[in-house]
Each structure stands twice: as structure tokens, then as C-alpha cells.
Design a protein around this ligand. Structure first.
Ligand code: SAM
Length: 471
């Protein structure tokens, strides 16, 4: 029986409720009166239920889809301004005991070299990332309790935070590791992580079991209930996602929103982020073997529907997507992108992009500097800000500030100050010129005069070599 407050996976992601939602969406996809009502509700910026959002996703009336896109863009502007947060993934280990059919790290893959970074290698990777200008990482591992236990992950987090190379620093480490115990989540929290990210892959239990035939990840309920354990362990910023292409996208979309509703109902705070990965070609993985691949148009519509359904949730798009798709997605709600990514263990210290241990092919191969310049030329402010979590503005504290529109008062100057650091320390001359002009223009958009003056003062101090200011 569907119950968003239940702690049982099959009750908060109730299969029948999803089927009923899809039927309701089909029945109403041409019901203009209802669609208008839903769009009007979305305009109030308080979000939509999974049923309402599913109607928008099913609707194919061109004018209504355009209205949806316009609204998604406007909501994004209202909540996030023109800032885009920048991060990079860091692959620590590709040892894995699972049998995931879509992932090249699966245990049966005997021809990819298995690697796990030593702490010295972690240090080298982090220095390489700092030298690019990164401040925020998402660490990634396969699941292997013997080769990659939680103690190893904790050691790596400690190493990452401790490295101060030139003016570089990693100020926020997000973690994307397999579902684990409350006790381990508590340890991650104590190690000072930002967001705990775990992709559901698919909400469809039968498909999930088929796609994860062996290993600990094959337990659907344990995986689906992971965010509740993470929250119990004290982590209040969690990141959801499904791997689009594995199951029917409309099923996944409803499941994703039901998961968000569940977190809100039980813990009083929704997901901090939602990621939108699509299955990609990888070592022994051919994405065409999965029947549910989606075209770019459908994919972008999903992004827009997520944006209007959960306006307070950050949306992440990785380099799985190419520049063109990323550019359009920025208009429809994406608020975080990765740049200069390498998806292999030890990839950042290699001159050439190594392919042998890559988790998936990267479609956006540009350097971080190229991504930063591209964003600025599109009118966005690339932000390396990590202030909220360092100031304790996480979970419901972040959400309530965000809901009150207050977050804008500090995010904008923080973005400008961290961009200034990037320009001073890492940017190519042309990028620097574009960035300096952008900062001057954007200073005028800080609403409070006092904040503007402090920000100007900090920018001067950054020019003189001082770092790490924040509101
Ligand atoms: N091993 C951890 C787990 O099981 O959740 C998480 C880390 S895994 C390195 C990160 C994510 O990459 C997976 O959750 C999956 O969604 C995604 N991934 C795996 N294979 C992929 C592929 N072929 N194309 C695109 N993304 C893929």
C-alpha cells in the first residue's frame, strides 16, 4: 500500500501507485484545463506532486511544452540566479563485487585493470585538480568491502581535505559510494562530507533485480532505503538520481519524485540534488543493449519537469552529456556541472585521457578553463562556492533559507569571490578578461549596498593574494 511516510522501500515507491500515476498522466495528457492548473500551481514555486508532474511529462501539446520550458527557466533564475556550481568527480577505486549489467566495473569484467589509489596517488590527483582550479569534488568508488572498505574512503577524504598546494584547496567533498550502514554514514558525516549521492539506477524493482543479478547491490530494498539510513547517520544533504535508459523514463520520473516526497515526509527535507545521468558506452557496455534509451528532446523535457516539480533541489549534469545538450539543459534547470572530468582511476595525473579504467565515455572533453569561459560567454557565473555547507547551512537550514529566497543574498557575492580566485590563480588570459568584466557587471546585481561594499573589499584583497572569503 502506497505510503510516503513508510520506511519500507516498496511502500514509499509503491509499484501500483506508479502504474496508476502513469495511467492518470495518459488519461490527462491532452486535458488542457488540468495542464493549465498544474502549470499555474508550478508558478507558485512550491513544487508539484509526482502525479501532477507526470501529467506535464506526458503532455505533448507544443504550446504547453513551451510554457513548461519557459517556466523551468524562470524558476531556475528565481532560485539560483545565473550561477552554475562547478565540480569534478574523483575516482578512487574500481574494485567491485557487484554484477551491474550497465557498468564496466562489474565483477565479471576480467580485462579491465583494477586500480585503487594509494594516499600518495590521491595527493597527486588532488594537486592536479587544484591546479585546474577545482574546489569541490565528488568521490567515486566501486563496491568492495575488502579492497575498498569505509576506512579507506575515510582516509582518502582526510587526505583530500589536508592538501594545500599553492593557493589550492578542496573545500567540499561529496561522496558517491554504494549503499551502506547507518554507522558508516555517521563516519562519513564526521569526516566532513558535503552531499551523499547515490543513484537509484532504476525504481522498477523487477528490472532492478534483473540489472543487478549478483553482489550486495542486488538487494533493492537495502539500496532504496539507503537515504533514510544516511539521514539517520546525520547526513542531511543527500543526492538522488536514476540512470536514464535502463527502464521506461516515465516510470523512473514518477519514482524519483516519490522518493523526494518520501524524504520530505519523513525527514522534513527533500533531496539536496538530483542528478540526471544517461547510460553511456563503456568498456564492455553497449548502451543500445538497453531498450529504454531516450532522445535528447525527451531528456531535456525530463530536466524541465524535475525543475518545476522540485524547485529547491539543485540539478546536476555531468560530462556524460555533450556541450550542446548541456547548453540547452542549463536553460531548463541544471544548476551544477562538472568540468575537465576524467572518469578513470588516476586519470588526472595522466597526460592523455586514459581509457582503460574509465567508467564511461565522456562526451564533453573540454578543459575546466574552456568550460568556465563557455559558461561566462553564455551569461552564467561559474561558481566555486562551498560556503553553505561550511557555514552549517545544510539540510532543512539550507532549504528554509532557499524557500524564503534568502539564499540569494549570499550566493551571488560568494560566486563572484570564488570566480575571482579562479581568475587570479588558474585562468587563461582570455578567460580572465571575460571574467573580470563579468564580475564588474555582476557586482551591481548585489541587492544590499552593504554586502556589495564588503564584496568589493574582499575582491581587492583577493587581488592582493588573500583567499577564502565567504558570506
Ligand atoms: N558504486 C557506487 C554504487 O553502486 O552506487 C557508486 C559509484 S558509480 C562509480 C557512479 C554511477 O555511475 C552509478 O551509480 C551509475 O549510475 C553510473 N554508471 C555506471 N555505469 C554507467 C554507464 N555505462 N554509463 C553512464 N553511467 C554509468
Amino acid at each position: 500500500m502506497y505510503n510516503p511516510k513508510s520506511l519500507k522501500a516498496e511502500e514509499f515507491i509503491d509499484h501500483q501507485e506508479i502504474l496508476d500515476t502513469l495511467a492518470y498522466a495518459d488519461e490527462n495528457k491532452e486535458n488542457v484545463e488540468l495542464i493549465d492548473q498544474i502549470l499555474n500551481k508550478a508558478r507558485e514555486r512550491k513544487g508539484l506532486s509526482h502525479r501532477e508532474a507526470s501529467v506535464l511529462l506526458a503532455c505533448e501539446i507544443p504550446e504547453k511544452v513551451q510554457e513548461l520550458y519557459k517556466l523551468a527557466e524562470q524558476i531556475k533564475k528565481d532560485f539560483y540566479g545565473n550561477r552554475i556550481v562547478i565540480f569534478a568527480p574523483l575516482y578512487l577505486s574500481n574494485y567491485c563485487v557487484n554484477g551491474c549489467l550497465y557498468c564496466p566495473y562489474h565483477m565479471k569484467n576480467k580485462h579491465i585493470p583494477r586500480k585503487k589509489l594509494t594516499q600518495e596517488e590521491v595527493e597527486k590527483e588532488v594537486i592536479a585538480l587544484q591546479d585546474m582550479g577545482h574546489k569541490r569534488l565528488a568521490i567515486e568508488t566501486g563496491e568492495d568491502p575488502v579492497n575498498c572498505p569505509i576506512e579507506y574512503v575515510l582516509d582518502c577524504i582526510h587526505t583530500i581535505y589536508s592538501i594545500k598546494h599553492k593557493n589550492g584547496a578542496i573545500r567540499r567533498v561529496n561522496v558517491n559510494i554504494a549503499a551502506t550502514t547507518v554507522e558508516n554514514y555517521r563516519k562519513l558525516k564526521e569526516a566532513g562530507i558535503g552531499t551523499y549521492i547515490l543513484f537509484q539506477e532504476t525504481y522498477h524493482k523487477e528490472s532492478y533485480e534483473h540489472l543487478h543479478p549478483t553482489g550486495p547491490k542486488s538487494n533493492y530494498c537495502y539500496h532504496t532505503e539507503a537515504m533514510d539510513r544516511a539521514m539517520e547517520g546525520g547526513i542531511d544533504d543527500v543526492g538522488l538520481g536514476v540512470l536514464f535508459g535502463l527502464e521506461l523514463y516515465r516510470y523512473e520520473f514518477a519514482g524519483l519524485l516519490m522518493h523526494a516526497e518520501h524524504l520530505e515526509a519523513v525527514h522534513g527535507v527533500g533531496p539536496h540534488t538530483i542528478s540526471v545521468p544517461r547510460v553511456k558506452h563503456a568498456d564492455d557496455i553497449d548502451p543500445d543493449e538497453f531498450d529504454n534509451g531516450i532522445d535528447d528532446e525527451t531528456f531535456l523535457k525530463i530536466c524541465a519537469c524535475i525543475r518545476v516539480a522540485v524547485p529547491y533541489t539543485g540539478m546536476i549534469m555531468s560530462t556524460r552529456e555533450n556541450q550542446k545538450v548541456r547548453e540547452r539543459a542549463l536553460h531548463l534547470g541544471i544548476s551544477q556541472v562538472s568540468g575537465g572530468s576524467r572518469t578513470s582511476v588516476g586519470g588526472y595525473t595522466e597526460e592523455e585521457r586514459p581509457h582503460d579504467t574509465e567508467q564511461f565515455d565522456v562526451s564533453d572533453n573540454r578543459t575546466l578553463d574552456e568550460v568556465v569561459k563557455w559558461l561566462m560567454e553564455l551569461g552564467y557565473i561559474p561558481s566555486f562556492c562551498t560556503a553553505c555547507y561550511r557555514e552549517g547551512r545544510t539540510g532543512d537550514r539550507f532549504m528554509s533559507l532557499c524557500k524564503a529566497g534568502q539564499i540569494q543574498n549570499c550566493c551571488h557575492p560568494n560566486a563572484l569571490m570564488t570566480l575571482k580566485e579562479y581568475l587570479m590563480d588558474y585562468a587563461a588570459p582570455e578567460t580572465k578578461a571575460v571574467g573580470e568584466a563579468l564580475i564588474q557587471a555582476e557586482l551591481e546585481n548585489i541587492p544590499k549596498e552593504k554586502v556589495r561594499e564588503i564584496c568589493k573589499d574582499h575582491l581587492e584583497k583577493i587581488e592582493q593574494g588573500i583567499r577564502d572569503f565567504r558570506f
